[in-house]
Design a protein around this ligand. Sequence first.
Ligand SMILES: Cc1cc2nc3c(=O)[nH]c(=O)nc-3n(C[C@H](O)[C@H](O)[C@H](O)COP(=O)(O)O)c2cc1C
Length: 402
Amino acid sequence: MFEIPQITEGIYYVGVNDRAKAKFENVWPLYKGVSYNSYLIVDEKVVLIDTVDVCYSDIFFYKIDLILKGRPIDYLVVDHMEPDHSGSIGLLKQKYPDIKIIGNKKTFNMLNGYHGITENLVEVEEGMSIKIGKRELSFIMAPMVHWPEVMFTYEQHDKVLFSADAFGTFGALDGHILDKDMDIDKYWYEMERYYACIVGKFGPFVQKVFKKLQDNPIEIDYVCSTHGPVWTKAHFSEAMAVYDRLSKYEAYEGACIIFGSMYGHTEILADTIAQAIAKKGIKNVVVHSLTSSDPSDILRDVFRYKAIVLGAPTYCNNLFSPMEHIIHLIELREVKNRYLSLFGSCTWAIQSIKKMTALTEKLAWEKIGEPVEMKMAPTPEVLNKAAELGEQIAQKLIEDRK
Ligand SMILES: Cc1cc2nc3c(=O)[nH]c(=O)nc-3n(C[C@H](O)[C@H](O)[C@H](O)COP(=O)(O)O)c2cc1C
């Protein structure tokens, strides 16, 4: 028999899977789809927590109808106004004209801008609560995680934290909803990629809300994010550890070598540096070609590893443009506390190293070794310099073990 899954008795999962969209935000590839999670609490009052992307509103309302059988929804809580969650609010309002919408000051400006809704609003602030029967909802502001209006909603009877995009991952929900019921391992890579691409810039704000939760502890049995699995005691501490590490910009020992190459010569330097690092006993060495690796995978590894090595050809007296783009994406995320090494190539006059140096200046990463320059094809001398750079990078990583 078809049933709508419940997180606890009376809290239904009414989210949907999107396996059709090629790219999230039309930028980041969805290798395994994505879920838009929404939750319906049925108590003396009926409360919906967030909605779903408007493309999936049909199946979303169908699920709600099956549960409610004509009973109206009293409240919609808007924890996050990004359209992948707020997209169905306009249709929801048409279907339930008397619904009251709970949000904060910043939510309502966006609600008006996106949907022209200005009435039946219930404004909440930090710590306020609303009784809905045996359950009570309270609100924790989480601005810039990763939009200004974001808030978490806590339901104290079943100890459920609705955490907006925090603890979210890419990846559709293939049958299971709760982390404890599934093979969770497939989500860790997608969690890091989601964080690096979507939340990456806002580490200090993630830390701020973690501190708030630490200073005012609440009992949590379920964490219901707006994307990916619902976290229980089985794996929440691991999910928390991932978000904590990434938002502190903490890195694992390892090197991420990112190169551009039109005819393969610069790639030889990338491989030479990688081999020298590996030979010194560093296990984590990843090499990304700017042409074949997706920026989302590259960003994931920039967030993951300590030593970042950039290499690119000179192009029209400037820098090979895919390198310019990836540096821009890294800088936008204000990635901190990394080591930086550079290499570059040209045929007649080198510009790429100068440009990479200028573009990475703001990051203020510690420079390791001298940049390796190559004219045309690698010579034994250039290859030795590349190997020496790799050894210096490995040495620095090894010293950090102490
Ligand atoms: C469209 C184009 C523009 C280039 N512009 C320059 C340039 O301004 N200065 C220069 O010294 N080399 C220039 N080059 C040569 C490349 O920098 C050289 O081919 C490259 O560094 C070799 O490395 P690769 O084999 O990894 O692509 C250019 C090459 C191409 C294809």
